[in-house]
Design a protein around this ligand. Sequence first.
Ligand code: C2E
Ligand code: MG
Ligand code: MG
Ligand code: MG
Length: 281
Amino acid sequence: RSKNLGRSRTEVFARDTHIVRTGQIQLETDLRKAIENEELELFYQPIIDLEQGRTIAFEALTRWHHPERGFVSPVDFIPLAEETGLILPLGRWAMLESCRQLRAWQSSLAGTKDLFINVNMSAVQFLQDDIPATVAQCLAETGIQGRNLRLEITETALVADPDGAAECLHAIKRLGPTLALDDFGTGYSSLNYLNNFPIDCIKIDRSFVGRVDRDDQSAKIIRIITMLADTLKMSVVAEGIENSEQHMMMRSLGCRYGQGFLFSRPLPQEEATAHLKASLK
Ligand code: C2E
Ligand code: MG
Ligand code: MG
Ligand code: MG
């Protein structure tokens, strides 16, 4: 964070840090209230089968409409939630709400038996929360099948305590949910992770996908990732497809699934329902 201020003189830096901190404490208080009062909302971004054009899943993305500041991006409040431990109640809420929504779709719309809901998990949850217990509780409370829930994790969740993480992931999988490795290609991306953890799906980060139509090197890397995934019997989702060239490229490089603004932005619940109805026709 201090780097983002882009100044080096210490006295300026100290003052800025103070302002940032004060603002942060207020934001922390507000976030705490927002979680308690359920002022957070989930948006749902469709994940598409690139060959058939069907929506096969939604990724649940948390939105916070701050009463004074307006829309606060998850890029800003998720790190804050992680630093303050608020990610635990937030994460539990997001998982339960996602399962409830999937349940609602499944009970009202035919053809949704195989629809997935993807929920993002923070590394902090792996270290501090009992995720299998939370998963079990969400499944019991909503009655959805475990196999319809997919947890998105990043490599950061695995580095701090690989043995503990592996145990946790296996415990989750025994309950039915599957696992996606999010933002693949940006973190440590050690092939060890694919080998040592029970991953079902790789999500190629949008920094690769966004260049694939212009940069031969990215295309080559993506090709290797999809071949590797095939060999390991994992599916591949391309994140951040924004134009039809990228769509075509990703398909030809062996990527079966994708999400991005070309297909749909993350949608509020009612619009996601309308999207789903149209996709099922
Ligand atoms: P993510 O899990 O990688 O989610 C994908 C992000 O890419 C979303 O940003 C989505 O709106 C954005 N995106 C999707 N398609 C496109 C596209 O075509 N172009 C561009 N430029 N962006 C696209 P969002 O919703 O702002 O979320 C940012 C990050 O915040 C997420 O990245 C995830 O890491 C985190 N996050 C969001 N909700 C939660 C949550 O409930 N729990 C946790 N732990 N993290 C969350
Ligand atoms: Mg994600
Ligand atoms: Mg991602
Ligand atoms: Mg990403």
